[in-house]
Design a protein around this ligand. Structure first.
Ligand code: 4AD
Ligand code: MG
Length: 432
């Protein structure tokens, strides 16, 4: 007899199989019992009819607790009434691990309670759906960049540099010297782009953000492509193609998850239509001022209500271009005719999900970069290697970083970025 996963049921209709699963829920009358089974691949229903299976097995089924693990034997059948389409007619149950008083019941729980039980909360159908979408976005990312001949590069996590500013660093002791958990792999990717042309990384990044918002994690995963001989306009095209591609793949491969999440597919389809609007920072400030945001002035950073208004105005992801230099990292290319803005673009997601991509064309020129590094109060000796790139065949290049968890949150239509990470790290939360 074969042991299968629930998700493979369609290939085993009419066969008697074994399935290792947990009891997600159950309901029974005197004659028939329904077990909601979960094995991580999917959920489906197991059925026992007392007159067919006998009293003893029926009693075992009736007394199973939520999250008890079992090895089920039974026949796979079509089940046209369920969305999943299949069920199992149970003929045997072996209890593998007992479960008693499982803390997460089908009733509503508060957020703190769920976060304290994140290790168990992950078993719920909504969390399962979110992790499936996350997995699909990761899979699609590799497919997209591999098809375009990018080489995956893994930048270090322990670094001596602080490219995104010195206020949000997690410092650690590196044999007597300070080291920081990486805020971005970008500078290393720039070096790698000079070696391999087109590269991308995908890994954890860290920000000691004191922000307690629904968009901020202290540890998150970032996709960071970096491309030699690519200018900003070309980079924007790749960014919108990439985002649209990821959403197409979710629509194609995450049907069940989108159902569980109740996500509006028509809305998601709109986000696959290119191009995405591009507006300048200057235009964005004007648009906001004309629409009741009198407080905003040129030179201010946009807060979440501002970003939400802008992206909702276009009902699509929007690129905001050419931000003030005063609020941008040192490595961004200065504008060719204005000295107050840089060649940067952020992609803002609609529906209030905020910035999902930050990117720029990179500055070139040894003297310019050295000046910026010193102006930012960074220690030149930590950046000598980066400055070396200017001495040996520097070329125009561009890159960007997409925050995975923010993208997952948006694509799933969930409220808070904490649900997009299996074990989220937030201000004041490192348990479990
Ligand atoms: O805009 P950021 O800071 O850009 C960079 O780090 C660049 N060096 C990337 C590059 O050009 N290679 O971060 C990029 C993205 C943001 O748009 C956002 O999606 C995500 O990373 N992000 C966060 N996600 C969750 N929690 C946080 N605290 C985040 N900070 C940034
Ligand atoms: Mg940013």
């Amino acid at each position: 007899m074969k042991t299968i996963q629930i998700i493979d049921s369609k290939n085993h209709v009419g066969e008697t199989v074994k399935i290792g699963a947990w009891i997600a829920n159950k309901r029974s009358s005197g004659k028939i019992a329904f077990l909601q089974l979960r094995d991580g691949s999917a959920y489906f229903q197991g059925i026992l009819v007392k007159s067919e299976v006998g009293e003893e097995l029926f009693d075992v089924a009736k007394n199973l607790n939520q999250e008890t693990s079992v090895m089920i034997t039974g026949e796979i059948r079509e089940d046209t009434r369920s969305k999943f389409g299949y069920e199992i007619g149970i003929t045997g149950i072996e209890i593998i691990g007992e479960s008693k008083d499982y803390p997460i019941t089908p009733k509503e729980h508060g957020t703190d309670f769920l976060m304290d039980h994140r290790h168990l909360w992950l078993r719920s159908s909504k969390q399962h759906a979110i992790m499936q979408v996350r997995n699909e976005l990761i899979r699609a990312t590799y497919e997209f960049f591999n098809e375009r001949n990018f080489i995956k590069i893994d930048p270090p996590i322990l670094t001596a540099s602080a490219p995104e500013g010195t206020t949000e660093l997690f410092e650690t002791d590196y044999f007597g010297d300070p080291a920081y958990l990486s805020q971005t792999g970008q500078l290393y990717l720039e070096a790698a782009a000079m070696a391999f042309g087109k590269v991308f990384s995908f890994g954890p990044t860290f920000r000691a953000e004191k922000s307690k918002t629904r968009r901020h994690l202290t540890e998150f995963w970032m996709m960071e492509p970096e491309m030699a001989f690519v200018n900003q306009e070309e980079s924007l095209e790749i960014q919108e193609q990439y985002v649209s591609f990821m959403i197409e793949k979710v629509l194609e491969n995450c049907d069940y998850a989108l159902d569980v999440l109740g996500r509006d597919r028509e809305l998601l389809k709109k986000y696959t239509v290119l191009p995405f609007p591009r507006i300048s920072y200057d235009e964005a400030v004007e648009l906001l001022q004309q629409n009741g945001f009198e407080d905003i002035k040129w030179g201010d950073d946009f807060g979440s209500p501002h970003e939400t208004f802008i992206a909702n105005h276009y009902e699509k992801p929007v690129f905001i271009l050419n931000y003030p230099k005063s609020m941008s990292p040192f490595y961004m290319k200065p504008h060719p005719t204005r000295d107050d803005v840089v060649i940067r673009a952020d992609m803002i997601a609609p529906e209030g999900y905020g910035e999902i991509i930050g990117g720029s064309e990179r500055a070139i020129g040894f003297d310019y970069l050295l000046e910026q590094i010193e102006k930012d109060g960074l220690d030149r000796k930590d950046y000598e290697w980066y400055l070396d790139l200017q001495k040996y065949g520097a070329v125009p290049h561009s890159g960007f970083g997409l925050g995975l968890e923010r993208t997952v949150t948006w694509v799933c239509g969930v409220e808070h970025v904490r649900e997009a990470s299996p074990f989220p790290r937030l201000l004041h939360r490192i348990y479990p």
